[in-house]
Ligand binder design. Structure first.
Ligand SMILES: [Zn+2]
Length: 281
């Protein structure tokens, strides 16, 4: 075996038929650290599995944290988000028509995010989350999600969070902590299809390619990046808009989804019209 040993000797050696770096940095100490760490129990209460690698949680809870932003909390489903997105979109639309300067600036900013660079990174690299973010934006464009939807989603996330935080029993809250909220908000933001649309309109994307369910998962670092970036631009506005939206919704919706008491709509006795005012007769 010695005759195939590389001359430099210092760099690599053959071990059990494999070429390994002789001076692989921290390889041995890390193995020891992992072994010692894995003797401890997972940090999640009532979990009796041992820790995974260098983390404080077992493999299952570590994976769940990567997927949701929390080791045990659930992903907020699209059906839960939908009414919030519909209300927020209607609010954002109204403020746009009334030329609210902040909402107008937010939608302009979102348009710049969605259509500005035109540079779509081809592969998502976890060490460079902005490439994953720009890929996700490209999917939003292809799915027909516009800048006003983009802003409405952020307002919706904040509005739901504000109402949810009022739930006195923390076990019943939808968002378990800041990290959980941030990851769920980013998931909502980057969902590649309009959420308010009826089911038949959600089947295909504009270019006829794979539907939204086929798109790859948006990874942990991309969600973190997206949250921080969008929040830096829209955070304060979304917070204030969410506050206003919740005030306007008043007691009409509770966190448990109860309906408000029903009353006759106004003007239900107005005569029906045959043409609008602008038509020439
Ligand atoms: Zn565990």
């Amino acid at each position: 075996m010695d005759n195939i040993q590389p001359k430099s000797g210092l760099l690599s050696r053959i071990s059990r038929g494999r070429l390994v770096l002789r001076h692989a940095p921290d390889c041995r100490p890390l193995t020891g650290q992992i072994a010692r760490n894995e003797e401890h129990r997972c940090d999640v209460p009532d979990c009796h599995r041992s820790r995974w690698k260098l983390g404080s949680r077992c493999r299952a809870h570590a994976r769940h944290y990567e997927a949701t932003g929390h080791p045990t909390a659930r992903t907020i489903r699209r059906g839960t988000w939908r009414p919030w997105v519909v209300e927020a979109a209607s609010f954002v639309g109204q403020q746009l028509r009334l030329a609210h300067p902040g909402i107008d600036a937010a939608v302009s900013w979102a348009a710049g995010e969605l259509f500005g660079s035109g540079k779509a990174a081809r592969r998502s690299d976890p060490r460079r989350p902005h490439t994953g973010y720009s890929r996700a934006l490209a999917r939003l464009r292809a799915g027909g999600v516009g800048p006003d939807d983009f802003v409405a989603r952020w307002v919706a996330a904040y509005a739901f969070r504000q109402l949810d935080a009022e739930e006195p029993r923390s076990q019943r809250r939808s968002f378990r902590d800041d990290s959980h909220f941030q990851h769920q908000a980013a998931k909502l933001l980057l969902h590649p299809q309009p959420l308010g649309a009826p089911a038949w309109a959600r089947q295909h994307t504009e270019d006829g390619s794979a539907d939204g369910t086929a798109v790859g998962r948006i990874n942990f670092s991309v969600r973190r990046f997206a949250f921080d970036r969008v929040n830096a631009a829209l955070g304060l506005l979304a917070f204030r808009a969410a506050d206003e939206l919740n005030k306007r919704l008043g007691g009409s919706r509770s966190a448990t989804g109860d309906l408000r008491p029903v009353a006759r709509v106004s003007h239900d006795d107005a005569p029906f019209l045959t043409s609008n005012n602008n038509s020439t007769t």
